[in-house]
Design a protein around this ligand. Structure first.
Ligand SMILES: Cc1cc2nc3c(=O)[nH]c(=O)nc-3n(C[C@H](O)[C@H](O)[C@H](O)COP(=O)(O)OP(=O)(O)OC[C@H]3O[C@@H](n4cnc5c(N)ncnc54)[C@H](O)[C@@H]3O)c2cc1C
Length: 312
C-alpha cells in the first residue's frame, strides 16, 4: 500500500525491516508523509480505504500515529508478467500492457517509453509504405528480451529485499560487490537500460547499441548527437573525408551529416571502443551500421532499416 498521509503525531521516519517486511515513512513538505506499507494479504480489485491504511499502520508500527487523512491511497504488487508476443498482426503492445513487474529499481516507465520509441518510427515507415510490414516484427525481437531481463532483475531485487537471516547475508554480500567499480558499472548500466544491445549481427562493438551522446562539430558548429535525432529521422554521421559517403538513393530518408569528433568513444558497461569513420543511427538512437573506411554493409543496413533504395 502506498499513500500520502497527515498524522497528529510525528511518525517514525525511515525504512523499517522486520518479519513484517519492508515498511517506510518519508517526510514530505509541510505536514504530510509518504508511506509504503506491506500488507500480508491483498484481495484483487480492492480499493484501499483510510480504514485499511489505519489497520496496516497499526499492524506494522503498533500505532496509526493519529492518522488524520490521506491525499491518496494506492496499491502495487510485485506481480511479474510479460506478454508472450508484443505484436499480433495489427495489435501492438508497449509499456505496462506488455510487461509488469515490481517497481523496484524504477525501470517500468523507462522501458515502456523505450518500447514506444523503438516502435514509433517503424510504424511510421510501414504506414507510409517506406518499409515492408515485417519491419514491425523487429519490435518484438528487440524489445521482448529487454522486458524479460527487467522482469528477471526486478524479481532479484524483490527477493533480496526480503527479511530473513539468509537474505540479509545475501544483501550484505551484494552491497560489498557493488561497491567495486566493475560490478557497479555493470549493475548501473543494467538498471538504467544503457547496456541494451540489439542483435544486428557481428561487426563494430557499436552495432546494435545506443549511440553515445557525443559533442560533435558540424558545419553548424558544436552540437550533441541526440539533438540531430529530434526530428525522428535516421542520421548518418560521417567522420571521414567530407563527401566520402554516398547514399543518394536513400537521400530522401536519411540525412548525411559531416562531423568531427576528437574524443574517446566510451559506452556504458563496455568501456572505450574504436572510433568508427561513420555511423548510421536509427531514429531511436541505436547504431544500425558503423563503418571503418569502407561502405561495406551500408546498403544492406539502409535497406533493412529504412526500406529499399529509390529507383534511378
Ligand atoms: C509505486 C511505483 C513506483 C514506480 N516508480 C517508477 C520509477 O521510478 N521509474 C520508472 O521508470 N517506473 C516506475 N514505475 C512504473 C511506472 O509507473 C509504469 O511502468 C508506467 O506508469 C507504465 O506506463 P504505461 O503508460 O505503460 O501504463 P499506465 O501508466 O498504466 O497507463 C495506462 C493508461 O491507460 C488507461 N486505460 C486502461 N484501460 C483503458 C481503456 N480501455 N480505455 C482507455 N484508457 C484506458 C489507464 O487508465 C491508464 O491511464 C513505478 C510504479 C509504481 C507502482
Amino acid at each position: 500500500m502506498i499513500a500520502e498521509i497527515e498524522t497528529e503525531e510525528e511518525p517514525q521516519w525511515g525504512i523499517r525491516r522486520s518479519e513484517k517486511g519492508i515498511n517506510a515513512l518519508a517526510k514530505l513538505d509541510g505536514k504530510s508523509a509518504r508511506v509504503v506499507l506491506n500488507e500480508p494479504n491483498v484481495s484483487q480489485g480492492d480499493e484501499p480505504t483510510l480504514s485499511d491504511l489505519r489497520k496496516t499502520l497499526i499492524t506494522v508500527y503498533g500505532t496509526d500515529f493519529g492518522l488524520r487523512s490521506a491525499a491518496y491511497i494506492s496499491r502495487f504488487t510485485d506481480m511479474t508478467r510479460q506478454a508472450a508476443r508484443y505484436r499480433d498482426r495489427r495489435v501492438l503492445l508497449a509499456g505496462d500492457a506488455a510487461h509488469v513487474h515490481s517497481p523496484k529499481g524504477g525501470q517500468g516507465l523507462n522501458i515502456g517509453v523505450q518500447d514506444a520509441v523503438n516502435l514509433g518510427w517503424k510504424l511510421a515507415q510501414v504506414v507510409h509504405g517506406t518499409s515492408p510490414e515485417n519491419l514491425l516484427d523487429t519490435y518484438h525481437a528487440e524489445r521482448h528480451p529487454v522486458g524479460a531481463r527487467v522482469l528477471r532483475n526486478t524479481m532479484a531485487l524483490t527477493a533480496i529485499d526480503r527479511c530473513d537471516d539468509r537474505i540479509d547475508a545475501l544483501r550484505e554480500m551484494m552491497c560489498e560487490l557493488v561497491q567495486k567499480d566493475e560490478p557497479r558499472k555493470l549493475y548501473v548500466a543494467m538498471i538504467s537500460g544503457l547496456d541494451v544491445h540489439y542483435d544486428f549481427g557481428n561487426g563494430h562493438p557499436l552495432l546494435g547499441r545506443r549511440m553515445p551522446d557525443l559533442e560533435v562539430v558540424t558545419a553548424k558548429g558544436p552540437l550533441r548527437v541526440f539533438t540531430l535525432l529530434h526530428g525522428g529521422r535516421p542520421v548518418l554521421l560521417n567522420f571521414g573525408e567530407a563527401g566520402g559517403i554516398e547514399i543518394a538513393r536513400w537521400a530522401s530518408r536519411v540525412k548525411v551529416i559531416e562531423a568531427k569528433y576528437q574524443g574517446v568513444w566510451e559506452l556504458p558497461a563496455l568501456g572505450v571502443v574504436a572510433a568508427p569513420t561513420a555511423v548510421l543511427i536509427r531514429p531511436d538512437g541505436y547504431v544500425a551500421w558503423a563503418g571503418d573506411l569502407t561502405q561495406e554493409g551500408l546498403a544492406d543496413a539502409l535497406t533493412t532499416w529504412f526500406g529499399p533504395a529509390a529507383e534511378g
